[in-house]
Write a protein of this length. Sequence first.
Length: 128
Amino acid sequence: MQDYAGFPEDDSDAPLSGVKGGLSPRASARVKEFLDANFTRKLPVARIAAVAGLSPRHFILAFAKTFGQPPHRYIIERRLSFAEALLSKGDLSIAEVAHLSGFSDQSHLTTTMSKYRNRTPKQVRPQW
């Protein structure tokens, strides 16, 4: 069955190939690899755009067309997924998880998770 929406069925963060005005397959692969390796760091748009070989303005538009969301949102989602995985193990404090996931502090993680996932880090952590 064809996916008429153009969104991947299996991997929600996979780039959409052949999107007019989006990143080339090679550039999208380089950017995804770069973001997956560096999502916990502070990443200026100009730095990510350089990986794709584009100006920051053009990069933001092309990234959004390719990945279905702007780069900032992609990075937030990646950080939140990583934080949830660490929290579910239950052996690190919420402050440690926040730091390892690229958030400035525990409050930043809590606020961001509440906004985008409708739950707090404490709710994600297993109850013993």
